[in-house]
Design a protein around this ligand. Structure first.
Ligand code: OSB
Ligand code: MG
Length: 368
């Protein structure tokens, strides 16, 4: 394949309810979409960067800038482009993994559509549907939290993740455990809100038998997580810290985590995500697929990834309706707590043109 150009599209989708984490409150999903136009086919990519650099150093407008200035032109030089040529072509440019991942996704979708091959099959998926969890934001009160969790449990979600921060941790976990009982699969995500000095406080979560605590300490504090893991019983899972397969191998070897959250956008794409899966399987470390409030495009690819054999825990691959009143693709709908892995060529989904138009803020064509 030879690329003729990339379309960058900025979109804004309102969320069905505000989503509060320890780093921000979001009321809409502003995202950057890519359309790769090749000589034989077209493909879609979604950049997971948020509008502000709060979860990571990347942000949507910065991704658009590095794409138009450096990354897209670097691919223009490739005469016979396939997905395995993308990361090597982009390797001279440091970092910017979310921007790189979006480009890789668009190229891979275009390539697989031309070949008529589904992404799930190409990745090595072994399931045709995946069990789903849901990430529940920080609320103003415990009754509000119980109401929110109740409706997700009634919808069929197989696992609940509570966002926590200092001042909203032990009591919400206790309330949910007491209300729903010991059988509910329950985990928490701190998004780096604690320090090692909070270790004894976090040990107070031990009696609640959580599946895991996700990213309690800052991104670069691998040794801190290893120390924390020695003093709390709840298994430590890393999200922000896992930026590559090499980082995952180091974190596991150092004892910083015993479970890994894999987000393709954070690690530079689906190929690197699969390498992390392979590293974790080799170490006997369970993985699950994280989320970044993706539209149906990113969701399709995440669900395909989550169908690999090492994904033994339910992911943050929730149904479209958990995020948006109207998704830009046909909605992903929960069926018995599962989402079906798309089976069409490439991502197996595409944007609904009218919806896409409605949510588009700007478009830009980068010719090659
Ligand atoms: O830390 O997992 C996270 C959303 C945005 C940024 C970071 C995170 C999240 C979530 C929601 O927890 C995951 C989802 O449902 O897409
Ligand atoms: Mg997280």
């Amino acid at each position: 394949m030879k690329l003729t150009g990339i379309e960058l599209r900025e979109i804004r989708l309102p969320l069905v309810a505000p989503f509060r984490t320890s780093f921000a409150t979001q009321t809409e999903r502003a995202a950057l979409l890519l359309r790769a136009v090749g000589t034989e086919s077209e493909g879609w990519g979604e950049c997971v960067a948020m509008a502000d650099p709060r979860y990571s150093s990347e942000y949507a407008a910065g991704c658009a800038d590095v794409l138009r200035r450096f990354l897209v032109p670097a691919l223009g030089a490739c005469e016979r482009l396939d997905v395995h040529a993308v990361a090597p072509a982009l390797a001279p440019f440091q970092g910017h993994r979310m921007a790189k991942a979006a480009l890789e996704m668009a190229v891979w979708d275009a390539e697989l559509r031309a070949l008529g091959v589904p992404l799930a099959r190409e990745l090595g998926a072994v399931h045709d549907r995946v069990p789903c969890g849901v990430s529940v934001g920080i609320m103003d009160s415990l009754p509000e939290l119980i109401d929110a969790v109740t409706s997700y449990v009634e919808e069929g979600y197989r696992r609940i993740k509570l966002k926590i921060e200092p001042g909203w941790d032990i009591e919400p976990v206790r309330a949910v455990r007491e209300h729903f009982g010991d059988d509910l699969l329950l985990q928490v995500d701190a998004n780096t809100a604690y320090t090692l000095a909070d270790a004894r406080h976090l040990a107070r979560l031990d009696p609640f038998r959580l599946l895991l605590i996700e990213q309690p300490l800052e991104e670069e504090d691998i040794l801190g997580h290893a120390e924390l893991a020695k003093v709390i019983e709840t298994p430590v899972c890393l999200d922000e810290s896992i930026t590559s397969a090499r980082a995952a191998a180091a974190a596991i070897t150092l004892g910083a985590c015993s479970i890994v959250n894999i987000k393709p956008g954070r690690v530079g794409g689906y190929l690197e995500a699969r390498r992390i899966h392979d590293v974790c399987v080799a170490h006997g470390v369970p993985v699950w697929c994280g989320g970044m409030l993706e539209t149906g495009l990113g969701r399709a690819a995440n669900v395909a990834l989550a169908a690999l054999p090492g994904f033994t825990l339910p992911g943050d691959t929730s149904a479209s309706g958990r995020y948006f009143r109207t998704d830009i693709t046909e909605p992903f709908v929960l069926d018995d707590g599962h989402l079906v892995v798309p089976s069409g060529p490439g991502l197996g989904v595409e944007p609904v043109p009218e919806v896409l138009e409605e949510v588009t803020v700007s478009t830009e064509w980068i010719a090659l």
